[in-house]
Design a protein around this ligand. Structure first.
Ligand SMILES: Cc1cc2nc3c(=O)[nH]c(=O)nc-3n(C[C@H](O)[C@H](O)[C@H](O)COP(=O)(O)OP(=O)(O)OC[C@H]3O[C@@H](n4cnc5c(N)ncnc54)[C@H](O)[C@@H]3O)c2cc1C
Length: 382
């Protein structure tokens, strides 16, 4: 792709958040957008994620973002002209204590008020939704049928190809090494291939966002947290259509359309970690959980196991908006749910930057909330 040393908007980080943001900017009229990516498309967390999509959240902001993202996902194939692999088998949340079930029910009240049709289901209804489920030790179940998953590679490529058709340039193997700030304004970036002048700079560098923000003298509270995930050989299709998820049980489990089971759990203590290293401890612990919840997996093999980074914030909610450096924006800190939120986050940030009225007011996701002590603690995470 032809190198340009000037752009209207330059985006640092070409994962799903950067690509979706670039697409919507161009769609809303700002076509002169350059994305710089130090690796390749999907080489960051996007290509390593479970790709679950849900609207069942515990904060109003995440519920609004989640349902708006689902609305977009449901029409994305037609919009982008390519399949994103959306599969709506629902999310079945599983509680293992009365207090956890009560909290999930509080979530339902919030969600229903925002148009999200989540509901409690009985054990036998849960078994109808997920025929292979063994959860006789569970206290309660909550289900939302429109939730599901998409293919992260297809989604990223679909957004990227559509973005390129309307003017976006994407430079892989191009690392941002600095941000130029003049008179309190971002005016461009330095990269491993040369300087690019820009009117607006957006930090979409995922788990590296704290390092990139520092190039402009901005302190973000984000950190990288390594999460492992694995996929099995296929079992009979249809044994586990929904994403099974438990916050206290610390797992998410889902069957892919071709029959494989993909599953993950959060690391004990949530340590800060920037390496994509994998461990035997994860395989052992995860297999025990998987065999207990889905006994049908007892005699099967794991075919792949990998790790990726969550881009965490202290309250588990993203950071979206301008910083104290004018024209320097962030769309980071997705804390393990950036794939599902990327369509709406990209759309709303692009609406802000093109003079359109945003679908959702994201001002509470400003990074200054941490200094003000106004955290948006998300309870529906592990
Ligand atoms: C195991 C696992 C499971 C997950 N499951 C889910 C899930 O079920 N649902 C969900 O919604 N989310 C999930 N996530 C989270 C999801 O992957 C991320 O929130 C999402 O991919 C974030 O997208 P991003 O574009 O911000 O980050 P990334 O995809 O990491 O993209 C950021 C890009 O910035 C690039 N970059 C960094 N520094 C620079 C620089 N200096 N110059 C140029 N480029 C730079 C990186 O190379 C990277 O490609 C999961 C994550 C993991 C690890």
């Amino acid at each position: 792709m032809e190198w340009k040393d000037r752009a209207d908007v330059v985006i640092i980080g070409g994962g799903i958040v950067g690509i979706a943001t670039a697409y919507y900017l161009a769609r809303f009229g700002r076509h002169d957008v350059v994305v710089v990516e130090k690796g390749t498309v999907c080489s960051g967390s996007t290509g390593r994620c479970g790709a679950g999509i849900r609207a069942q959240w515990g904060t109003e902001m995440n519920c609004r973002l989640g349902i708006a993202a689902l609305d977009i996902f449901e029409n994305l194939d037609a919009e982008l002209g390519m399949s994103v692999g959306l599969n709506q088998g629902g999310y079945l949340l599983i509680a293992y204590s009365d207090s956890e079930f009560e909290n999930l029910k509080k979530g339902i009240a919030l969600q229903n008020g925002l148009g999200i049709k989540s509901k409690t289901v009985t054990l036998s209804e849960a078994r109808e939704i997920c025929p292979a489920l063994d959860a006789s030790d569970a206290t309660g179940f909550v289900y939302h049928a429109r939730d599901g998953h998409a293919d992260p590679f297809l989604t990223a490529f679909a957004y990227l190809e559509a973005a390129k058709r309307i003017g976006v340039s994407y430079h892989k193997r191009t690392e941002c090494t600095g941000i130029t700030v003049k008179g309190g304004r971002a005016t461009g970036i330095d990269t491993s291939r040369g300087h690019i002048d820009a009117d607006v700079v957006i930090n979409c560098s995922g788990a590296c966002s704290q390092i990139v923000a520092k190039f402009a003298g901005v302190d973000l509270p984000n950190w990288g947290e390594r999460h492992e995930i694995m996929i099995t050989e296929p079992v009979e299709a249809g044994v586990c259509p929904p994403m099974l998820m438990s916050f206290s049980g610390n797992y998410y489990i889902q069957q892919r359309p071709h029959g494989s089971i993909i599953c993950g759990m959060s690391p004990a203590g949530h340590p800060q970690d920037f390496e994509n290293k994998t461990t035997w401890q994860f395989i052992t612990a995860m297999s025990r959980v998987l065999n207990r919840i889905l006994p049908v997996t007892k005699e099967i093999r794991i075919v792949r196991h990998w790790a990726g980074l969550y881009d965490m914030t202290p309250d588990g909610s993203p950071i979206i908006g301008e910083t104290d450096v004018k024209n320097f924006y962030h769309s980071t800190g997705y804390s393990g749910h950036g794939f599902m939120l990327s369509p709406i986050a990209g759309k709303v940030l692009a609406q802000q930057l093109t003079g359109n009225t945003p679908d959702i007011d994201l001002s509470v996701l400003d990074y200054r909330r941490f200094a003000r002590g106004e955290l948006i603690m998300e309870p529906h995470i592990t």
